[in-house]
Design a protein. Structure first.
Ligand code: FES
Ligand code: FES
Lengths: 715, 158
């Protein structure tokens, strides 16, 4: 099949700009295959040019985690092509639907990019290779078994004749795909498993237009949006007379729950939006505050009818007879993803009713569904161009609020492409936040310091009930109980209960959803170890079965970090182990706390067993990323007053800066046989390891996040 | 009409003088390399060079940019790649990449002033925010791109 996505051709469009210049725009991540020489689609994943360039189609999104490259590596590995000639492009969601979802899942979350698609992408690469070899064999009239392929060249063994992939691709595409293909043993990998340069980096370093916010189309307009500051509120009245008169303003769009200004530049739209006088109907939640939210969670802890997430043995009985009982409450606040690129969606409602969307999305298919629903057209009449994401972390997957708004605004401007971008203020105050949570734990020790009972009661909003209500089972949202109801530790008597308390603040999948539970559990384990008078490492190892991969990574991290070796004065060391997202992760942190209470994380050693490793350098980058994201979460909070989020920008939601970055050392201990993720596991043990190190350094237990200035000040 | 010099070329743009340079670049000149992250000089995603100094184009108005030589990421290495861009690629610095053009421009200004910056110099000059946490690699790439003492030449003057 020769490739032609006609809808995309206009992407390389000329536009008359403000200064009267004719500018040429092209988006590097889209439609490479369609340009230049005729390319051949050998199968849905593999497009080959006559000059042997290979374009691998990628269905998952790229938000910096490296999936775009890792998946291309897996395809190229089985394809046996020349990696130097490989590029990638995003698969088209519209094509995806037309071809009965041929590219598998487009959802990009839960560290699923590689672990959720390694099988079918490798098979696609292997199938394409077989077809290419068969085409060459047919041309030579020899059995395919006498031919081999390497680096994009097929060789006929006996005669030493050679053909390049580019020479046989067109013939190969006409063959029936093989029914079954053998996949290479990872120990024989040549392209996968190697720290190859990421394919998306050069364009990003050159400043090419790859992000959703970079979209430029002929005649495009810009929109800025204001939603009711109180979640769930509505627009009551708008006085837009002044805004309408402002320079460049084309339209004020009023919807039930937002007001947007469309203008000829984003700044003009946003300035006019500031002048639009919007009266909001706050709805039922205008009085909600941190206090009412905490009271709601506290009431949840007291709820005798909380849902049961785990019962084994008799925790209450064992606690009653334990030699020692330790009890503690931990809590953490709502947190915004704060992707560096705000939410953005460009939409264009064509005269024929076709809706074209360009957006930074973690799920192209969900974006398409949101656009179709908003525009009231069937899926076939929507195309979504997946742009590179300026960060995702879970914000741009399930909600798709930005696509619905973008399309609604474009519908008010038919025939014109409109790029809607949120201001940072809007982004900070209209997130799908990491749930605030409050957890009480009790642990019972026997006379020898062994743990005989563990009990946890969790009160927090449920992400699933907001975003995927069908997935809540018997009152249990697995993201709310994760890490507490499925502990690897051998403790005979356990009870975990969940009191779902939803509140009015929207919640969502924030990097490693449920990760707070890991913080609480591993900090509490430290408290138990201390109460038992035991070394935190040995205390944990004593409860982990031989062969448990949690044990393996814990030992690997402890060894790499030099657990038990002397530290400089004032420096404390702490550890934690948490599995999740298909992988096992253990971390050791070293911290110092100065007399004023300033905390510095000096070093974070994290050992991860993800089964297989596709790009070790991308894994290292993710370990660094998770450390910084986790570090921020120790200090950041979104607080609520008068029903609204108080923080509005980075001045009151500070991110860690370069000088705060700890030295991060990733120890990869892949044991094979399974596929785990890397986008999230690195954060799982981070905060607990740091807080346990804080205790080691200062004797202070941090149980309430965020850490506020002065919390760690020496008395 | 305001007369701006961007990447060595003159442009006459019909914008109000109080429009921040960022939006002139992005929406009027078709140069999207400088990014919007906060609009209030907190994040550095919008960093460009003005007469060789790193400035945050979200708060530098078009009027203030008149008469200054503006360099954006699109014009940084012309012709070819700037050594910082090479180091950035070599050390795989970007994750999502959104903050990175601003990081590179801030680093370019730093190297122009301090050809061999210390870690402390980097901490002081690189006040850009990165939500993805690329800081260790930013530091590594700056050190890699820093010129050996003997061969220092001024860079990044438009
Ligand atoms: S956008 Fe200019 S500093 Fe953030
Ligand atoms: S690389 Fe994503 S914000 Fe810096």
């Amino acid at each position: 099949m020769s490739v032609s996505f006609a809808r995309r051709d206009f992407l390389k469009a000329s536009a008359a700009a403000g200064g009267g210049l004719a500018l040429e725009f092209s988006f590097p991540v889209l439609a490479n295959a369609a340009r230049g020489t005729p390319a051949t689609e050998v199968n849905a994943w593999v497009v080959i040019h006559p000059d042997d360039r290979v374009v691998v189609r990628i269905a998952r999104s790229e938000m910096g985690q490296g999936t775009y490259t890792a998946l291309a590596q897996l395809v190229a590995e089985e394809l046996d092509c020349d990696w130097a000639k490989v590029t990638a492009e995003f698969a088209s969601p519209n094509e995806h639907v037309r071809r009965k979802r041929i590219w598998g899942s487009m959802s990009t979350g839960g560290s699923q990019g590689v672990r959720g698609s390694h099988d079918y992408v490798r098979k696609a690469g292997a199938a394409a290779r077989e077809m290419l070899v068969s085409a060459a064999a047919a041309q030579w009239k020899v059995p395919p078994a006498e031919c081999s392929a390497d680096k994009g060249v097929i060789t006929h063994g006996p005669s030493k004749r050679r053909l390049r992939y580019g020479q046989v691709a067109a013939q190969a595409a006409k063959l029936d795909p093989p029914r079954d293909v053998a996949l290479r043993d990872p120990k024989d990998w040549k392209i996968a498993g190697k720290p190859l340069h990421r394919l998306d980096i050069p364009d990003k370093v050159l400043g090419k237009p790859v992000f959703g916010t970079d979209v430029m189309l002929p005649g495009m307009l810009h929109a800025s949006i204001a939603q009711c500051p109180v979640f769930g509120g509505k627009v009551k009245a708008v006085d837009s007379a002044e805004a309408e008169r402002m320079r460049g303003v084309k339209k004020i769009v009023r919807a039930a729950d937002f007001v947007a200004v469309v203008a000829d530049s984003w700044w003009r739209a946003n300035e006019a939006l500031k002048k639009a006088k919007v009266e909001w109907d706050a709805g039922a939640h205008g009085a909600a505050s941190d206090e009412t939210i905490l009271a709601m969670l506290r009431e949840g802890l007291a709820d005798p009818k909380a849902a049961s997430a785990k019962r084994s043995g008799d925790a209450a009985g064992a606690l009653a007879t334990a030699a020692k009982v330790v009890e503690a409450e931990y809590s953490s606040p709502y947190l915004n993803h704060a992707t560096m690129e705000p939410q953005v969606c460009t939409a264009w409602v064509k005269p024929d009713g076709f809706v074209e969307v360009w957006t930074s999305t973690q799920n192209g298919e969900a974006s398409m569904a949101a656009a179709a629903e908003t525009a009231g057209v069937p899926l076939e009449k929507v195309e979504v161009h997946k742009m590179m994401l300026g960060g995702g972390f879970g914000r741009r997957g399930a909600p798709q609020d930005f696509v619905k708004q973008g399309v609604a605004i474009a519908m008010a401007m038919p025939g014109k492409p409109v790029k809607m971008m949120w201001s940072r203020e809007e982004d900070m105050q209209h997130g799908y936040y990491r749930p605030a949570s409050l957890v009480r734990m009790r642990g019972g020790l026997d006379a020898r310091g062994g743990v005989v009972a563990f009990e946890a009661k969790i009160a927090c909003p449920s992400i699933l009930s907001y975003l995927m209500p069908g997935s809540v089972r018997n009152g249990i949202d697995f993201t709310a109980v994760r890490t507490l109801h499925d502990m690897p530790y051998e403790i005979a008597n356990q009870q975990v209960d969940y009191a779902m308390r939803n509140g009015h603040v929207p919640v969502g999948f924030w990097r490693a959803p449920g990760q707070q539970n890991g913080v609480y559990r591993e900090c509490f384990l430290d408290e138990l170890a201390h109460a038992a008078g035991k070394d935190p490492l040995q205390f944990r190892l004593d409860m982990l079965k031989a062969g448990d991969k949690n044990r393996l990574v814990l030992e690997a991290a402890a060894k790499a970090a030099g657990w038990g070796t002397p530290l400089a004065p004032g420096v404390g060391r702490g550890l934690a182990v948490v599995n999740g997202f298909g992988s096992y992760a253990a971390g050791v942190a070293e911290v110092s706390v100065d007399p004023s209470g300033a905390l510095k994380v000096l070093r974070y050693v994290v050992a991860i067993d993800s089964g297989h490793v596709v790009n070790p350098d991308s894994c290292a980058a993710q370990a660094e990323s998770n450390a910084v994201y986790g570090l921020g979460a120790l200090f950041e909070a979104n607080t609520v007053k008068d029903g609204r989020v108080q923080e509005s920008n980075f001045h009151d939601f500070p991110l860690p800066m370069i000088g705060e970055m700890p030295r991060v050392e990733l120890v990869l201990v892949p044991t094979g046989g399974f596929w785990g993720g890397h986008g999230e596991p690195g954060i799982l043990p981070f905060q607990a390891a740091v807080l346990n190190a804080v205790f080691a350094a200062t004797g202070k237990r941090v149980r309430t996040l965020p850490i506020r200035p002065g919390d760690l000040k020496r008395a | 009409m305001l007369k701006l010099t961007v990447n060595g070329r003159g442009h006459a743009v019909d914008v109000e003088p109080e429009m921040p340079l960022l939006w002139v670049l992005r929406d009027h000149l078709g140069l999207p390399g400088a990014k919007y992250g906060c609009g209030i000089s907190q994040c550095g995603s919008c960093t460009v060079l003005a007469d060789g100094e790193a400035v945050r184009s979200c708060i530098l108005t078009a009027g203030q940019a008149v008469g200054r030589k503006i360099v954006t990421i699109e014009g940084l290495g012309k012709p070819g790649l700037h050594r910082l861009q090479k180091a950035w690629i070599e050390h795989e610095v970007p994750q999502c990449g959104y903050c990175q053009t601003g990081m590179i421009m801030a680093a370019a200004a730093l190297l122009a002033k301090k050809p061999r910056p210390t870690d402390a110099d980097i901490d002081d000059a690189m006040t850009n925010l990165c939500r993805c946490g690329t800081y260790a690699r930013v530091r590594k790439a700056i050190h890699a791109a820093a010129a050996p003492v003997a061969t220092v030449t001024p860079v990044n003057k438009a």
